[in-house]
Write a protein that binds this ligand. Structure first.
Ligand code: HEM
Length: 402
């Protein structure tokens, strides 16, 4: 099945679900063109998505994928080149490199370290809400959903307060831009800063994640300088670009589903369910989690040749009616077990417990603080980020009831 899937296009970003709802019944795997004509395969159904994520024949093979994309792009294409240094992190690696890196990071990124952040996340949430309180209107992306995870991840790693705005900019460019020059400049600047930061931490170890990463050891094995830089880059970008969408998408789903909002307001302990259902219903990492076929592989009856790039559309898999009943309905009390919003298999999201905690605290405290919270304008007018990876709003204007 070959289709033209208009990824990167504004109409697609506004409503990817209708495209996927059309693709799913047609075939489990589609051959599409993206990146100015670059051919790839996209997996849209739940069963096959889960299968691909757990199958070693669908590997990362990052270097090969980067070379492939570059070689197939016309010279004037607006496709992206990956920065080799910053991209050499575990999300782009296969075993045994992935296994080794993940083991070292898991030793530093412990459940205890994440749980210890709870009081600080509460504090940051309260500070952000204080700034909104008393005003009739606010943009919840810019003033709440964006700054919260950034503050948490930069504090967790020990990034100076004065550099946080620059970080936000670099991170945005690296995830979403197609301007080659801007990408190169941002990655150089970010790399320089990370080198400086690591130097400082080595000289003055603290009780932070970065120090723990520097000191993490397994059988006399440690992360090298280059591995540390790529790892910190991965954590910073993952911490910057994903949780904002979880919070934004959850608030929007609640404000546009008044019965669900009322149920949650009546029992705020349902907030965990609201966050899980948001992950399923409006998955923040929507589509381009990529894999590469190291050999020919059949999936859902479709033969994918060797040396092909495959995208797993997590946000589509999570709306597959074969797996979730009434998938288009946002229901905070449904069983969401098995959703793929954090991936599946060896690359399952390392930050899932942190993202969940941030989302739960943010939504609970927001609703407590503003009993009359409402959208400021029609939901149809909201602009979505045009991104091949993320699903999230550009802005979320609300009336606070003040
Ligand atoms: C991996 C989603 C938040 C760190 C992943 C993957 C997904 C994902 C889908 C797997 C991608 C693949 O298989 O190709 C999300 C979502 C988040 C979130 C939806 C928020 C709602 C975070 C946070 C952090 C983080 C806050 C860290 C602070 C990571 C890391 C990996 C990863 C390190 C790579 C794991 C590996 O390769 O073994 N995430 N993420 N994520 N995520 Fe997250």
């Amino acid at each position: 099945q070959t289709s033209e899937l208009p990824v990167f296009d504004e109409a697609f970003a506004t409503d990817p679900h209708s495209h996927y709802a059309r693709l799913r019944p047609e075939a489990p795997v589609h051959r599409i063109r993206a990146y100015s004509g670059f051919p790839l395969w996209i997996v849209t159904r739940y069963a096959e998505a889960r299968q691909v994520l757990a199958d070693p024949r669908f590997a990362k093979n990052f270097q090969r994928v980067s070379d492939l994309i570059e070689s197939q792009l016309p010279p004037d294409a607006d496709g992206r080149k990956f920065s080799a240094d910053l991209g050499a992190h575990m999300l782009n690696m296969d075993p045994p490199d992935h296994t080794r890196l993940r083991k070292l990071v898991v030793k530093a990124f412990t459940a205890r370290r994440v749980e210890a952040l709870r009081p600080r996340i509460e504090e940051i949430t309260a500070e952000l809400l204080d700034r909104i309180e008393g005003r009739p209107a606010a943009d919840l992306i810019d003033e709440f959903a964006f700054p919260l995870p950034i503050k948490v991840i930069t504090e967790l790693l020990g990034v100076d307060e004065s550099r946080r705005d620059e970080f936000r900019e670099w991170s945005n460019v690296l995830v979403d831009s197609s301007d080659q020059q801007a990408i190169e400049t941002a990655s150089e600047q970010m790399k320089d800063y990370l080198v400086e930061l690591l130097g400082k931490k080595r000289a003055q170890p603290g009780d932070d994640l970065l120090t723990a990463l520097i000191e993490a050891e397994d059988d006399h094995d440690r992360l090298t300088e280059g591995e540390l830089i790529a790892m910190v880059f991965l954590l910073l970008v993952a911490g910057h670009e994903t949780t904002v969408n979880l919070i934004g998408n959850c608030v929007l789903a609640l404000l546009t589903n008044q019965d669900q909002l009322a149920a949650l307001r009546a029992d705020l302990d349902l907030v965990d369910g609201a966050i899980e259902e948001t992950l399923r219903f409006e998955s923040p990492v929507m589509q381009s989690t990529f894999r590469y076929t190291t050999e020919a592989a059949e999936i859902g009856g479709v033969e994918i040749p060797a040396d092909q790039v495959v995208w797993v559309a997590l946000g589509s898999a999570n709306r597959d009616g074969e797996r979730f009943e009434d998938p288009e309905v946002f229901d905070i009390r449904r069983t969401t077990t098995g959703h793929l919003a954090f991936g599946h298999g060896i690359h399952f999201c390392l930050g899932a417990p942190l993202a969940r905690m941030e989302g739960q605290i943010a939504v609970r405290r927001l609703l407590e603080r503003f009993p009359d919270l409402a959208l400021d304008g029609p939901a149809d007018d909201l602009r979505w980020r045009v991104s091949n990876l993320m699903r999230g709003l550009e802005e979320l204007p609300v009336r606070t009831g003040a």
